[in-house]
Write a protein that binds this ligand. Structure first.
Ligand SMILES: [Zn+2]
Length: 257
């Protein structure tokens, strides 16, 4: 009897203990879920407000979102029936389907303001998979749409973790253009000598942006004369960032320039 009573007491205590533990676990799960949901709410606007499959951190100003999506649409609408061999190798084709597939398979999320350098226009951070971060410089300067397209595809290339994020090479100490003038960023005017702002390869971020721009300039079927002209200016500028001559020569040969 006393054993039974004791057994009943023990099992009652056990039940209470298990119940309390369950409640505690549920409480902790609730906290984590609530917190995750809060983070999700803080960082992302609803998808249905966007034209494209992109999510935005809340810090991204509405004007930047509109500018970004307008720039992407501008490029996605460009078609070229005969892009250069390097363009085909990298982007497959110059049409909406191929361009969207290339970009959105690399970029799903957009943030703002986390770039470390004041002169940066945009950046990626290796801990944030498939994010690109735009700095205020993205909309601050009066650059043409093709220049912003250049930046977006440059950064999209940097999201490729399987390729080590295509790190930049250091620009030469004595880094000058064909006329002997010191090379400066076409975006911010910042001097580039000895900066990590060059490529040695035609397949890095500067290389693929150069190939993209010069294909807009020379192989786009439906681009305006203005877009072609600006793409040529920015494309030839970016070509100077390929500081290993054999790689730069391969791009020139690819485009017949
Ligand atoms: Zn870069």
């Amino acid at each position: 009897m006393s054993t039974t009573s004791s057994g009943e007491k023990i099992s009652f205590t056990k039940v209470c203990g298990v119940l309390a533990l369950c409640l505690l676990i549920l409480f902790v799960i609730g906290l984590i879920a609530g917190n995750a949901s809060a983070i999700e709410t803080r960082f992302h606007s609803p998808r249905e407000t966007n034209t494209f499959p992109l999510r935005y951190m809340d810090e991204v100003p509405e004007a930047t979102k509109i500018q970004l999506e307008s720039d992407l649409e501008r490029f996605f609408s460009m078609t070229g029936s005969n892009p250069s061999p390097l363009y085909k190798q990298i982007f497959k084709a110059m049409n909406r389907k191929a361009s969207q597939k290339w970009f959105f398979s690399r970029v799903s999320d957009v943030g703002q303001n986390l770039c470390t350098s004041d002169s940066a226009v945009a950046c990626v951070l290796s801990a944030w998979d498939n994010y690109i971060f735009l700095s205020p410089n993205y909309t601050k300067f009066d650059h043409p749409a093709v220049a912003r397209i250049m930046v977006l595809f440059h950064e999209a290339r940097h999201t490729e973790s399987g390729n080590g994020f295509w790190p930049h090479a250091t620009c030469p100490k004595n880094y000058v253009d064909e006329n002997g003038n010191p090379m400066k960023s076409i975006w911010t005017g910042a001097p580039l000598a000895s900066e990590k702002a060059c490529d040695l390869d035609e397949f890095g971020s500067y290389g693929i942006a150069t190939i993209l721009l010069l294909n807009i300039a020379y192989h786009c079927d439906n681009c305006s004369a203005e877009d072609r002209r600006e793409a040529e200016i920015y494309g030839r500028d970016q070509l100077r960032r390929i500081t290993w001559k054999p790689a730069a020569d391969r791009i020139r040969a690819d485009l017949g320039i």
